[in-house]
Design a protein around this ligand. Structure first.
Ligand code: AMP
Length: 176
C-alpha cells in the first residue's frame, strides 16, 4: 500500500521537461526530513536480511536515497553515471530512449562476484534506463541483483516491469 505521507508530499509538475509529461518531482520528498526517513527506513526493512553488499544508484536522483540506504544497510555505494563523468576505467551500456540513444557507465572495479547488489532509482517509467543498468551490473556476475524504485508509474498504460524477467525482484514504495 502507498505511504500516504510520501504521496501527499510528492510534487507533480505538469509539462516538464516537455509538454504532456507529468513530472514527479522527488526533490519535495528529499527535502522533507520525515519523508527522507520514511523512504530509507521502509527500504531498510525490505532489504535488511538480503545480505546486500552494494547499493548502485542511478544518476542523479538515485544517488540521494541510494547512498543513505547503503549507509543504513552497512553496504557500499556505487554510482552509475552518464557518459564521461567517471574518471577511471568503465563498462558502458547503450539503450534506446523515446528520442535517440543514451549511455550509462560504471567503474570496472565497482562490483565483484561476491557482491549482492541493490539497484536503486527514483522512478520507473518505461524501464529502459534501469534495464540497461541491470544488464551492466549482471556483466559482473554478482551473486544476486535486486531492483528498487521510490515511484512506479502505471498511468497511461506504462508497464516498466514488463521489460524485466518475471523472476527479477522489483520493489516500489509508491504506485501512481
Ligand atoms: P524510464 O527509463 O523510462 O523508466 O525512465 C526512468 C528515468 O527517467 C528515471 O531516472 C526518472 O528520473 C526519469 N523519469 C521518467 N519519467 C518521469 C516522470 N514522469 N517524472 C519524473 N521522472 C521521470
Amino acid at each position: 500500500m502507498n505511504n500516504e505521507t510520501l504521496l501527499k508530499n510528492l510534487r507533480n509538475v505538469p509539462d516538464f521537461p516537455i509538454k504532456g509529461i507529468q513530472f514527479k518531482d522527488v526533490s519535495t520528498l528529499f527535502k522533507d526530513a520525515e519523508c527522507l526517513r520514511i523512504m530509507v527506513e521502509e527500504l531498510y526493512e525490505i532489504y535488511k536480511d538480503k545480505g546486500i553488499t552494494k547499493v548502485v544508484g542511478i544518476e542523479s536522483r538515485g544517488f540521494v536515497v541510494g547512498a543513505a540506504l547503503a549507509f543504513r544497510l552497512g553496504a557500499g555505494f556505487v554510482m552509475c553515471r552518464k557518459p564521461g563523468k567517471l574518471p577511471a576505467e568503465t563498462r558502458k551500456a547503450t539503450y534506446m530512449k523515446e528520442y535517440g540513444k543514451d549511455t550509462i557507465e560504471i567503474h570496472t572495479d565497482a562490483i565483484t562476484e561476491n557482491d549482492v547488489v541493490l539497484l536503486h532509482d527514483d522512478l520507473l517509467a518505461t524501464g529502459g534506463s534501469m534495464k540497461a543498468a541491470y544488464n551492466l551490473v549482471k556483466e559482473f556476475n554478482p551473486k544476486k541483483v535486486y531492483i528498487n524504485f521510490i515511484i512506479e508509474l502505471t498511468i497511461e498504460g506504462l508497464n516498466g516491469r514488463a521489460v524485466f524477467d518475471d523472476d527479477t525482484e522489483i520493489t516500489t514504495l509508491i504506485k501512481i
